[in-house]
Design a protein around this ligand. Structure first.
Ligand code: COA
Length: 163
């Protein structure tokens, strides 16, 4: 399969799986995301970040700005019991507006694909609104194709074909 070869990300920016201790920093970035969308959230639950729990968080940091969190992605490991398929489902991805079009989301998506491979999943899927052209374009460049109305998927090498 032809894969998008990402341009070199902006210097000094890397992505990694978040640790439980990153929860507060990611929560502050979530607030920036909510402000951009105009959402008000009355109560916020602490992020249950854990490498063994259900929520996997990936973050991107700018090491030239005191490790500022410039983007994050949230994903879950899902089991389709009927089809016997395991997959990683990405439910959120966000990049600070001033860091967009610099390959940050691509870094985050690649980290999610690596996570899927490590977990032995057959695919990584992404829930995204039909009208979100930016996310659709980003996902397409990372190798995702339309799976159904609001779902894009990327089959992992060695995994079974989409069922
Ligand atoms: C969608 C989003 C995550 C993309 O992040 P990003 O870091 O700018 O993406 P990248 O720089 O990795 O983009 C990779 C490629 O995807 C495409 N792309 C990304 N954003 C695009 C846009 N707005 N319009 C068209 N193409 C776009 C481009 O081909 C881009 O490569 P190029 O810059 O060399 O042309 C970011 O715009 C964002 O946070 N948006 C608001 C939150 C959101 O809608 N999240 C998705 C909900 S699941």
């Amino acid at each position: 399969m032809l894969r998008y070869m990402p341009k070199a990300p902006s210097s000094g920016i890397t992505a990694r799986l978040a640790l439980a201790t990153d929860g507060a920093r990611i929560s502050s970035l979530l607030e920036v995301f909510r402000r951009e969308l105009g959402y008000t959230v009355e109560t916020t639950v602490p992020l249950p970040i854990s490498h063994v729990g259900p929520l996997y968080c990936v973050l991107a940091e700018d090491h030239e700005r005191d490790d500022l969190v410039v983007g994050f992605l949230a994903a879950y490991r899902c089991h389709n019991m009927v089809r016997g398929v395991q997959y990683v489902l990405i439910t959120d991805a966000y990049v600070r507006s001033e860091y967009r079009r610099r390959g940050v989301a691509t870094l985050l998506m690649n980290e999610a694909l690596a996570l899927g491979r490590r977990l032995g999943c057959q695919r990584v899927s992404l829930i995204v609104d039909k009208n979100n052209e930016g996310m659709h374009a980003t996902a397409a460049r990372a190798g995702f194709t339309e799976h159904s109305d609001m779902l894009l998927s990327c089959e992992l090498e060695g995994g079974e074909a989409a069922r």
